[in-house]
Structures are given as structure tokens and as C-alpha cells.
Write a protein that binds this ligand. Sequence first.
Ligand code: MRU
Length: 361
Amino acid sequence: MKVNGMPTRTIRPATDGLAVDVIDQTALPYRYRWLRLASVEDAAQAIRSMQVRGAPLIGVTAAYGVALAMMRQADDAALLAAVETLAATRPTAVNLRWALARVQTCLTPLPASARAEAAWREAARIADEDVDQCRRISQHALPLLRSCSGANGRLEIMTHCNAGWLATVDYGTALAPVYAAFDEGLAVHVWVSETRPRNQGLLTAWELAQHGVPHTVIADNAAGALLAGGGIDAVIVGADRIAANGDVANKIGTYLKALAARAAGVPFFVAAPRSTIDFCCPDGAAIPIEERAADELRLVHGCDAAGVASQLRQLPLAEAVANPGFDVTPAGLITALISERGSCPASREGLRALYPEERDE
Ligand code: MRU
């Protein structure tokens, strides 16, 4: 996608070959800046602090993190330590563990001297595949969205969190078909929920604005009334982990939108690549839900009148705070899952039909 008119991916090897450059998503939408990750610790910290975020992107960042570790030391102990450090950063998005397992499987049989180069190659392959899969998701999702558009030809889409190109390497998952719809001239408009407490909706608004896609930001609490009011044609979100039975973990607040969409008779789609599907996880109850720091609720971030990024405390330290990062939407509330292979019902049978090569665990 483009930033200030320039084709851009969210992550790229640094030109000196010694580091990885990523867009710092904690600075957006106020400042567009790049960060240099020069070690496995840098990569782990960027994932932990959500400077990089979104299930597919944290998987790719972790893969590059192993490559950074292998440049310093590449024996078995160093490989295991790098994988364990990165795996411990965030628990819910399975793409992280999927990417780490893939790089580890690729490197383990190799002599230490060959591991760094092989890790860079494998990480780049995972990044390129992510781009390709998002493009395919968009091809499968666009006809579904188009079929939801109203008699006036307009397509009113609601989304939650950020499942756009910032959450992937390029294109995005849930937003990829929105960009495709816009590019082919459809009158598409996106209702973007703010997504408290980390406000990933502001990232969605920023990237939609970069592409010129019409959109409106709403408070999370406005979604139910908007859906009930009949002005939304479809809801589409991404996922952090899809269990084998089709239950979906995604950003906290997704479940409420799915409930409201069902009550209003609005289709609710989930778009995600294969790396987000966990065939070893039987159902949503088995998905680990990340509990994040209380300060994410206690502090609000923004920029002050001078345009300087700033934060304000909105809750006293003594207040008890719960901050689950994700919730689970039961398969029964999901109209269809959309992956790079096509769409399917959110069910064990639907997923097996898309991925017949997956064994029953
Ligand atoms: O906590 P985040 O911002 O990493 O959570 C991101 C989401 O929940 C996204 O919706 C999900 O990863 C899909 S990204 C294509």
C-alpha cells in the first residue's frame, strides 16, 4: 500500500543487511516513523510493546527476530533461546508460534554456519507469502462483500481494530477487499470502531485515509445502534486465532459486534490466512487470552495543542483494572470465514474442506 504516495511494506530488511526496519505503530497516527530492530531483544520488545502488531505482522517480525539472533550466535542453544524469547512476547495470535515453528524446523537440520543466511531467506519467504495470501483473501472476500451492497449500490462496511495492511506485511486481511472494492470504483464507506483501549481503529482510519477510502470513526459503544439502525451492509474483521471448530479470537470488542450484527441480520465475516488457523486448538475456550497492562486503561494517549505526542492519566492508580486484549466470537455468530483458499462456514467441516491436508489432532 502507499504512504504519502510511496509503495510501502510494514517491515523490510535494513539496507545494510544488519537489521530490520519496521513502522513504529505506537507513534501513529500522529507521527509516521521507522524503527530499526538490530537484535532478537529489539524484535521481542517491538512485539511486546505493540510497535509492531497484528497477528500476521508479529509472526513475520518474530521470523526476522530469529535471523537477527542467528547473526550473533547460531548454535542449538542460541536458536532455542531466540525462539523461546520471541514466543513469550504475546500469547493469543497463533501466527507468532506458527512462524517461529517454521523457521526453527528450517534451521534445526543446518550447521550453525548456514543458519543466519537460511533464517533471513525463510523470514523473507514468510513475508512474501503473507502478501500473496492477503491478495488472495481480497479476491475471495470481494464478491461476498459486493453481494451485500444495498439497492443504491453503496457498500457500508463496519470493521473493528486494525486488520489492514499495518497488521500484515501489505494489503491486510479484513481491509484487503475494501481496498479492492474502492480500487474498482465501488462506492464503499467504512465505519471504523475506535477499539479502546489501544485505539487500533485510529490506525485503520490512518491507512484508509492514505488510500483515500471514505470512512467514519465511531466510539466502540456506537456500533450496536448503527447496526440496529439498518445502515450497515456487512461487518468484516480479522482474527488472531481460529480454533479447529471455527471459533475466532480477535481484538476485545469483536464479540459484541458479532452479537449486534446477528441481532440486526447483518452478515459478519472473518478474514484470515492459514497461519491464523490453529487446528490443534479444539475450540475458543482453549485459546489463551492475553491480559495486558492496567496502564493501557489508566492512561490516554494523543497529541497536545502543539502537536506533540502526549499522555494523560484518566484513572487513579488505586482503581482495579481488567484489560483482556481479545475475546472469542463463537462460530455460530460468523457468516463465513475467508482465507487465501476461499470462504467456508465457520465450522470444523468448513475448515477441513478448505484444508483437507490437515490431520485430525
Ligand atoms: O493487539 P493487536 O493490535 O495486535 O490485535 C490485532 C487484532 O486483533 C487484529 O484484528 C488481528 O490481529 C487481525 S490482523 C490482520
